[in-house]
Design a protein around this ligand. Structure first.
Ligand code: HEC
Length: 486
């Protein structure tokens, strides 16, 4: 393994360089904005004997001779499992979908949103690569909502209710406790009021005395109205003087940091059994929609003693949110110090040199932006992907193309929604070929730059303009992170 290490270094370095001209004034890896997420674990691999929800709910019921689905027998078990992590008192859903009295008057709305796959929110198309923790309903479940509404949304009998069976390919949740490391600024931060997009980096010393692997993450934006992303970086000891300089150059805690953490990654061969040593790497990220969870089982992002953690928060300020402050937080869950964890990396792929002309629809060839990266180095295992665009994103697809030009779909999002981004972990990791037979990683982004698809800034829909890569929420990105091991 030792002799091959420099090759990996090259892979990572090339990938960062492959991103093209960087409009951002930061010398970092091309981790400019993030979609990535707090991810989810791949524990509890699905086994054929796990009952599916359909098993639990499609059993014909003699007490309902008409055969019409009822709330108690058919709908509530699905709602409990697939809606009420959000639609519960205190959840992010606008109403609780827990009892019949609340649900009955909105049956039509519910059935329509379920039929149109607007709810539950879930962007990837089925039939690409199978991911864990999918929020998609099965066709049979959707049909039940539609038939239930069409039948007048009957309540049925409470006695027919059965708690839903465990859903296959669902990860074990993080414990409710605080993380082993909690990254949080010491006080509230008031973003720079003279900017529309303020990127601020907060520095924290986790005081690690040994190498530790992060295996689970929970990002909690303090003020969701102004926080547009959070990225956590590890900055290693040898770059602490750089970090200190950045911190000293600005009053108050932390510093302004477009692009990455503002520290040169200085990629080099690893020591002490590490595959690669970068003086700055991404640990996790969050954007609207991000979910907390474990990384794929047995993998983790490695932190070194002496390192600092740098939390970059992107604040987007509009008239209505000026003056608001924030204190966001990241909880990191570590593997036992003795556990052997496979080292994983977030590998970015981006096209940073595109122009999508003002007004063009997604069908226009000029609305499509592609990034290709051929990996002729070592084979990697791709455990998951985290694609990212901003508000004019229309669709995004990530694939691996082998030497015989055969494409393997990794994620395909036909209808991008800025508010529901997250990382997607596969049920089975994808192994790339390497060397002369190396796979090409391809990320294809399509934009909708028509007047009717422009975002609202301060309550006014902005006029279309040429879209280019940029740090502001009002700029665009074509970016994907691969969560890989070597
Ligand atoms: C991951 C969180 C989440 C899950 C899971 C989820 N929802 Fe939602 N739902 C929301 C949020 C947030 C909204 C508010 C609109 C938005 O942001 O898209 C919403 C809006 C809705 C609305 C529209 C309410 C209105 O007044 O316009 C309906 C209906 C709905 N959800 C039904 C469901 C059903 C039924 C399920 C399960 C089958 C479900 N949702 C699962 C988060 C969720």
């Amino acid at each position: 393994m030792r002799a091959r290490r420099p090759a990996i270094v090259l892979l990572l370095a090339t990938s960062a360089a492959a991103c093209g001209p960087n409009t951002a004034p930061a010398p970092d890896v091309s981790v400019n904005d993030v979609s990535v997420n707090d991810v989810s674990a791949t524990d509890a691999p699905s086994s054929p004997d796990v009952a599916t929800v359909e098993d639990a709910t499609t059993t014909p019921d003699a007490t309902a001779p008409s055969g019409d689905p009822t709330w108690w027998r058919d709908i509530k078990p699905i709602a409990d499992q697939m809606c009420n992590n959000c639609h519960v008192a205190g959840g992010i859903g606008p109403m609780a979908l827990v009892d019949y009295a609340t649900v009955r008057p909105m049956a039509r709305l519910i059935a329509n949103q379920v039929r149109d796959r607007i709810m539950p929110p879930w962007m990837p198309r089925e039939g690409c690569r199978d991911v864990r923790d999918s929020r998609a309903l099965t066709d049979a479940e959707i049909a039940k909502f539609v038939a239930w509404e069409a039948a007048g949304a009957p309540e049925g009998n409470m006695a027919d209710y059965r708690a839903p069976a465990a859903r296959p390919n669902t990860s074990r949740p993080l414990p409710a406790r605080d993380g082993d490391i909690v990254v949080q600024p010491s006080g509230m931060y008031l973003p720079n009021q003279s900017l529309t997009d303020d990127y601020h980096c907060f520095i924290m010393d986790p005081a690690l005395t040994t190498t530790r692997d992060v295996i689970g993450v929970r990002v909690t934006p303090g003020n969701a109205r102004i926080v547009h992303h959070v990225i956590l970086f590890e900055v290693r000891e040898r770059s602490l003087p750089d970090l200190q300089r950045l911190d000293d150059a600005e009053p108050g805690p932390g510093y302004t940091c477009y692009g990455g953490a503002g520290v040169n990654p200085n990629v080099r061969a690893g020591t002490d059994g590490d595959l690669v040593d970068m003086s700055v790497q991404m640990v996790t990220g969050w954007a609207p929609g991000g979910v907390a969870g474990y990384f794929p089982t047995g993998t983790g992002v490695r932190l070194k003693p002496g390192s600092r953690l740098v939390m970059q928060v992107h604040y987007n300020l509009q008239a209505a949110t000026r003056g608001m402050n924030d204190r966001s937080r990241v909880d990191l869950f570590l593997a036992d110090a003795a556990a052997s964890t496979q080292q994983a990396f977030w590998l970015p792929q981006a096209n940073q040199s595109f122009t999508v002309p003002a007004g063009v629809p997604p069908t226009d060839p000029r609305a499509t932006v592609v990034s290709n990266f051929r990996n002729t180095q070592l084979p990697v295992r791709i455990f998951g992907v985290a694609p990212h665009m901003h508000t004019r994103g229309h669709s995004i697809r990530v694939e691996a193309i082998n030497a015989s030009s055969a494409s393997t779909c990794l994620v395909d999002i036909p209808r991008w929604d800025f508010h529901w981004q997250q990382g997607f972990f596969f049920q089975t990791p994808y192994r790339t070929a390497a060397g002369a037979m190396g796979d090409t990683f391809r990320t294809t982004c399509v934009y909708d730059n028509r007047p009717e698809n422009q975002p609202y800034v301060d309550g006014v829909q902005v006029a279309p303009r040429d879209l280019r890569w940029g740090e502001g929420t009002n700029d665009e990105m074509c970016l994907n992170f691969f969560y890989v091991s070597i």
